[in-house]
Ligand binder design. Structure first.
Ligand code: ADP
Ligand code: MG
Length: 765
């Protein structure tokens, strides 16, 4: 019986996979399920295991005999143990501290046993004695093993030595220990040599023996649950050996594979773990090996294909609302506008109006850097829908932001007679019920609230348009499931997450994208400086100076999920310190996510009204908050934030015409990367540039991470690094859905995409 691609990992112990017990198979399944966000470990399959790709590779193919070793050479050699044992190193002055040992294995090869090599590593800790004992047994005289690493020649001793951090990667070869170093007492002519020629023929004629960990290019994995790289390598190697190749169907059409020069999937899955002999490790490092290219192509192709299928379906489905934009309405619009729109705002509004008046439902994304003025664009779209007699909704990720929109909408639509309500988590139950009824009966024109509340709990009589603000907070692809009576409302989402336009189409799937790439006039760019802890006093002086000029300041603390409690404490302590000791003469407020909504609202209202000079806050203020009089932002522990997040935060200042400042207080011992990263904030205020840099330095996970942006996460592909593959895959997907639309192949592929086989469309639609 062979292993199949869909074999559950928990079943692997049945296949004699590298000593994997049932209990360990279960642990492996749990760990793999964790990586791929599967809740049920029994649903984790061999396919998932094989999708746990190596973090990097090592070229251990330089397998040589000991006499070929040179100083500074990286090589694998086969060694017979002559002696091994631990010696205590250094004097142990402090008896409370456990002693440090050096474990040394001395050995040689069968031919040159008098030119010994030494492999050594440190052992310490409370259990050192028993660990030493264990190693002594593992490396008993005569044991044959392979050691890989950087060999150094010790002039004094005349030996080659290999110093290891850990002995994990040493590979003890199977077979009885064979003592080559103790002369046998018999009067046999082979005595002097200590072994017979037959012995040599039998198993020393290597390196032809199959080694998993050496004499080849090997994968290095990140630790997976309790499994270290070596153990994973053994398991995956064994699984690949026993994998039934017919259970790995090629999910790309043959002509496509030929056109794009892609290797078969089964080959790719094997080679991505164990690169073939003639491959270049550098290709693997750059994700350009045949195996990686093939698998990245798979991911991009199926996503693009699915997106395009969805898009086609959406366009076929009429929306059922009729919106007209008349000249009279445009006139009314002009009258309520508080300022002249920028060119970019006008262009985007024209795009939205075209969608609103078309038969196909709108699914449009507005991308615009912080402060580019997305809100007014949304309000005008809402106004157009309301003028046509439809209900509308505006959803925000936080109550603070919903309240801000509610205030602004109140001002903007004051003379229009439209009924606007606020519906958030903290709205009283009785009030909520009343609102629900009024909305269901069509008495409310615009509902502003938090995302979840509106999306899950409200039934509209005639919803025509829903706007979702700061969508990167929700997951772009998780579209509003708004309950509407028979209507298919237009959807507009807004985000400040800057994604280069060339990528947006694939990343945002079936959304049309509009970009506001111009800031309103009269903005002075925010001055940004990165300073160390030693400049803290100066920073306080800066705060004081701004307050004396009549302005306000933010002091922001990171709140990282994992250490939320201690972070919160730090923020609270700092607040107390600022309030009582440093700025007793000024008013200081505290805002954080654990506060009751009513408290938050009260604090925010105080700050908006200018009654608070300083607002100490966790990152709850990150999204959308607009207080033009705030001119200084101090960000504590700036090194703990992603650049895009810092950019978002910084966008809270510089909203008026006055010069604004952003001070990034970074931890003293900044790493080079952290320094480089924060330096970018000083250099530019262009969100797109910052996003690109962040991408370069931290990888897409950081900026486009699923949690923050909701963007499809790829197992292997990276939309920036692999842009060429992305474009090729997208073009191919288009090809099948246009020229080859009627082919049996295409209909089969559409079927599979629908039946959720290749891409989890649940995440996409
Ligand atoms: P964001 O795109 O980050 O959501 P907002 O919509 O909150 O930005 O706008 C930022 C600020 O700029 C607000 O105070 C808003 O009133 C102002 N604003 C927007 N558009 C213009 C414009 N065309 N002229 C002047 N001020 C504008
Ligand atoms: Mg906004």
């Amino acid at each position: 019986m062979a292993i199949r691609l869909d074999t559950p990992i928990i079943e692997l112990y049945r296949f004699e996979v590298s000593r994997l017990s049932a209990a360990m198979a279960k642990k492996l399944a749990e760990a793999v399920a964790g990586v791929f966000a599967k809740t049920d470990p029994s649903a984790a399959t061999v396919e998932d295991l094989l999708s746990y790709f190596p973090a990097r590779y090592e070229d251990r193919s330089n397998f040589i005999s000991i006499d070929k070793l040179e100083d500074g050479m990286e090589a694998a050699v086969e060694i017979y143990v002559r002696n091994s044992g631990g010696i205590q190193v250094g004097r142990n002055r402090d008896p409370r501290k456990p002693p440090l040992y050096l474990f040394e294995v001395t050995g040689g090869d069968a031919e040159r046993r008098f030119k010994p090599v030494v492999v050594k590593w440190f052992v310490s800790g409370k259990a050192a004695k028993s660990i030493l004992q264990y190693y002594s047994e593992r490396f008993a005289r005569g044991t044959r093993f392979v050691a890989y690493g950087l060999w150094e020649y010790d002039d004094r001793k005349g030996t080659f030595a290999l110093k290891l951090a850990k002995p994990e990667e040493l590979e003890i070869l199977p077979g009885e220990a064979k003592d080559l170093f103790t002369p046998e007492p018999a009067a046999d002519p082979t005595v002097e040599r200590g072994y017979s020629d037959e012995d040599l023929d039998e198993d020393i004629a290597s390196p032809e023996f199959a080694t998993v960990h050496n004499a080849r290019r090997v994968p290095i994995y990140r630790k997976l649950g309790p499994f270290q790289t070596k153990r994973l390598r053994e398991i995956i190697h064994s699984v690949l050996q026993k994998l039934d190749p017919t259970s790995v169907p090629d999910n790309l059409p043959a002509d496509l594979r030929e056109r794009q020069d892609l290797v078969p999937r089964a080959q790719a899955l094997s080679e991505i773990h164990f690169p073939p002999e003639d491959s270049l490790i550098s290709d693997y490092e750059m994700f350009r090996s045949a195996a990686q290219r093939r698998l990245i192509f798979d991911e991009f192709f199926w996503l693009s294909f699915a997106m395009q299928v969805l898009r086609g379906e959406r366009q076929k489905e009429p929306k059922g609302t009729v919106i007209e934009i008349s000249d009279v309405m445009k006139e009314r619009m002009k009258q309520i506008l508080p300022f002249t729109l920028t060119g970019a705002q006008r262009r985007v509004i024209a795009e939205i109006f075209r969608d609103l008046t078309s038969d196909a439902p709108m699914n449009r994304l507005i991308q615009g850097d912080v402060g580019s003025g997305k809100t007014i664009v949304a309000f005008l779209a809402l106004f157009a829908a309301m003028e046509n007699g439809y209900q509308t909704a505006l959803m925000a990720p936080t109550e603070i932001l919903a309240e801000q929109h509610f205030r602004n909408a109140g001002k903007l639509f004051a003379g229009t007679g439209y009924r606007i309500v606020l519906l958030v988590g903290s709205t009283k139950a009785a009030e909520k019920r009343k609102l629900h009824t009024a909305i269901a009966e069509g008495e409310i024109d615009l509902v502003i609230g938090t995302h979840a509340i509106i999306q899950e709990a409200v039934t509209f009589a005639k919803l025509g348009l829903a706007v979702i603000d700061e969508q990167h907070r929700f997951g772009v692809l998780q579209r509003a499931q708004l309950k509407a009576s028979g209507l298919n409302p237009d959807i507009l989402v807004m985000t400040a997450t800057p994604i280069p336009r060339s990528l947006a189409m694939t990343v945002y799937g079936d959304l049309d994208v509009s970009v506001i790439d111009e800031l309103p006039p009269g903005r002075t760019p925010v001055k940004t400086v990165v300073v160390g802890e030693d400049k803290r006093q100066g920073v306080y002086h800066g705060i004081e100076r701004e307050i004396k000029l009549g302005r306000q300041a933010y002091v922001v603390y990171p709140l990282i999920e994992e250490s939320a409690k201690s972070d919160l404490k730090a923020a609270t302590i700092m607040y107390e310190d600022l309030r009582t000791r440093i700025f007793p003469q000024y008013t200081v407020g505290l805002l954080h996510g654990r506060m009751k909504p009513a408290e938050k609202e009260a604090i925010m209202a105080e700050f908006v009204a200018g009654r608070l000079d300083i607002l100490v806050s966790t990152t709850v203020i990150e999204v959308g908050v607009d207080v033009p009089n705030a001119s200084l932002m101090v960000i504590e522990h700036a090194e703990r934030f992603g650049l895009s997040q810092l950019h978002q935060l910084r966008g809270r200042v510089g909203r008026g015409a006055e010069q604004s400042f952003c001070v990034l207080l970074a931890d003293y011992k900044r790493t080079t990367v952290a320094k480089q990263r924060l330096g970018i904030m000083e250099e530019t205020s262009d969100g797109f540039k910052i996003a690109e840099k962040d991408l370069e330095l931290r990888g897409q996970g950081e900026i486009l991470g699923t949690r923050q942006s909701g963007i499809q996460n790829f197992r292997l592909g990276n939309i920036v690094r692999d842009l060429d593959i992305l474009i090729a895959a997208r073009t191919e997907a288009e090809h099948y859905l246009t020229e080859k639309r009627l082919s049996p192949e295409t209909s089969q592929m559409v079927k599979e995409v629908r039946s959720d086989k290749k891409v989890r469309l649940g995440n996409v639609g």
